[in-house]
Design a protein around this ligand. Structure first.
Ligand code: MN
Ligand code: MN
Length: 283
């Protein structure tokens, strides 16, 4: 992954305005421009807490939104996979802005093609491991079942989970998912991560007190600080990820969009810092 040309941004943001695969409410298709607006809000600066100035020229690029409206689910899936793969092929990392969580399956497929021993770190209230829901095996309730069936990743490490039913517990065991349930607390030291990491964050991992603008309110979740601490401290190298499930139609005064932007800023900074570390090691 050291192939990018001098002067080219190492990271791209890509909007995936898709919520045709949501099972309860719609709205996440509206999220990408609102997350960008919050990211650039004059109420805050562009520094990540770790000291990287994301307002500096040339560090990252906004790759815009993929044109997904009016497509069939299968066509949208293909456009997402091809769109992410095209950015990776020019040597940039990709952080995708959902959209609902169904976008992670095609986005992860594109990343796994470049990283044969990829670990997914997945923050969510829900394990999203349903074999099928509402006769749509590609709904936002199933992306990690499709990923694990495909065998395209080495590990799936889930954190924040608090909605396991019998079927999903069986899926966890079947696929060998490392599922850290919220009831046992959150300790980043328990995750023992290394190598290339794809980070998928569903905003409903947060307690609804912190993030009301999501489709599925699941109380008993993480604080914003819990999520930031994980992003800043997990082992391994962040090579890409997604931030999904902001539902602007449920938000209050844009607070969840601002939370999304705060989390995004730290994801971007971690990704850029990990690339710089690999570069300076001559890797
Ligand atoms: Mn999810
Ligand atoms: Mn969820």
């Amino acid at each position: 992954m050291n192939s990018s040309k001098d002067g080219m941004a190492r990271l791209a943001l890509l909007g995936l305005p898709q919520d045709d695969n949501s099972t309860f409410l719609h709205g996440p298709r509206l999220a990408p421009p609102l997350i960008r607006k919050a990211l650039f809000s004059p109420s805050a600066n562009m520094f990540a807490e770790t000291g990287i100035d994301l307002g500096a020229d040339g560090l990252w690029q906004d790759a815009g939104d993929l044109p997904l409206s009016g497509l069939t689910r299968q066509d949208a899936h293909d456009v997402i996979q091809d769109g992410v793969a095209a950015i990776l092929a020019r040597g940039q990392a990709v952080i995708s802005l959902g959209g609902d969580h169904s976008v992670s399956w095609p986005a992860v497929r594109a990343h796994a093609a470049q990283h044969p021993a990829l670990t997914i770190l997945h923050l969510d209230a829900h394990p999203d491991l349903y074999d099928n829901m509402e006769d749509n095996p590609f709904s936002h309730a199933s992306p990690f079942a499709r990923i694990m069936e495909s065998g395209c990743v080495a590990r799936l490490v889930q954190v924040g989970i608090r909605t396991l039913n019998e079927h999903q517990r069986a899926q966890v065991a079947h696929f060998g998912v490392e599922c850290h349930e919220m009831r046992h607390g959150v300790d980043v030291a328990d995750l023992t991560l290394d190598g290339p990491i794809y980070l998928s964050i569903d905003l409903d991992v947060l307690d609804p007190a912190f993030a009301p603008g999501v489709s599925h309110h699941e109380p008993g979740g993480m604080s914003v600080r819990d999520v930031l601490h994980i992003i800043q401290n997990f082992g391994g190298q962040l090579i890409g990820g997604d931030l999904v499930e902001l539902n602007p139609e449920r938000d209050l005064n844009g607070v969840t969009a601002m939370v999304a932007a705060k989390i995004l800023r730290e994801m971007m900074a971690r990704c850029l810092a990990d690339y710089a570390a690999v570069d300076s090691a001559g890797g």
